[in-house]
Design a protein around this ligand. Sequence first.
Ligand SMILES: NC(=O)c1ccc[n+]([C@@H]2O[C@H](COP(=O)([O-])OP(=O)(O)OC[C@H]3O[C@@H](n4cnc5c(N)ncnc54)[C@H](OP(=O)(O)O)[C@@H]3O)[C@@H](O)[C@H]2O)c1
Length: 325
Amino acid sequence: MKHIKLGGLDVSRIGLGAMGMSAAYTGAGADDAESLRTVRRALDLGVTLLDTAETYGPFTNEELLGRAVKGRRDEVVLATKFGRISHLHGGARRLDSSPATIRIAVEGSLRRLGTDHIDLYYQHRVDPDTPIEETVAALAELVAEGKIRHIGLSAAGPATIRRAHAVHPIAALQSEYSLWTRDPEAEVLPLTQELGIGFVPFSPLGHGFLTGAIRSTAQLDDNDWRKNNPRFTGENFRHNLRIADEVQAVAAESGATPAQVALAWLLAKADTIAPIPGTKRVSRVEENSAADGIELTAEQTGKLDTLTRALGSTHEEADMRLIGR
Ligand SMILES: NC(=O)c1ccc[n+]([C@@H]2O[C@H](COP(=O)([O-])OP(=O)(O)OC[C@H]3O[C@@H](n4cnc5c(N)ncnc54)[C@H](OP(=O)(O)O)[C@@H]3O)[C@@H](O)[C@H]2O)c1
């Protein structure tokens, strides 16, 4: 597995997103034994970057990851996130990146992950009530104390990224980026390159859609997050199936799977990019990790660059408002 740098942090250029093992998607939490095997198989395959957040579960995903890396902590770059749970005012899903909440959050994450340091600690969403300078100053103190090694932001807008980076180097920006979500290309990806910040695409498989495995919303449980997502509903979903077909066509031609094509396309965009495809299955972590060895031709990349445009926003309206601030 090839490695890249996120700021000063060395990682395998394909990581593993653990969210779906405990939250959001059909089958989450149903088979922890397979999830544990999946994480360990990823490590065997050379994946080092593991991604979680205190809000996944909440808390249970960090606990699961802590169990999975027990005895193998030194092989792993552990990334987690704070800021979507207020530990002082109001609890779950309330944005809070105040220094006081960060202090509580980091101790909980360290305990659940079973470690004395977090390698990459992200603010999960920008908190409109706490200036980013205060948040990053609090994180810089945690770096100085050795509790965290590197600082990340997620779904932040360009002005916030610049302000944050002026207080303390930001190692990575984690934002949605994939064949059907190209928004970062206009401004944010170039900015991260200018500032020497790594880019970690989340949902690089389009929440599974780009793999072609989801052909009908009837496949999704009622409590599956995608059930209400604009891209997965009604006419949008039917239109968007064309995109999955187009990815499938490139995959057939290149001898790779659609998931591998989606990841190889991201990897070819820059050598500062490390996607974190999510899966809770051993067979899929094997498939996704093997995208490291896929080279697309210029013609294939050209076709992928001009796929049919997706209909529907990437999130429901309330969640869209939290992005790019
Ligand atoms: N910072 C943020 O705000 C944010 C937001 C969302 C996600 N994330 C992070 O990004 C990670 C990845 O994003 P994501 O999980 O939302 O989306 P994703 O990686 O685009 O897709 C995950 C979905 O695809 C399926 N899948 C994975 N590999 C597959 C394959 N080879 N063939 C067919 N289906 C496959 C998975 O199902 P199975 O599990 O059943 O294989 C799962 O339903 C998350 O785990 C999380 O760590 C961060």
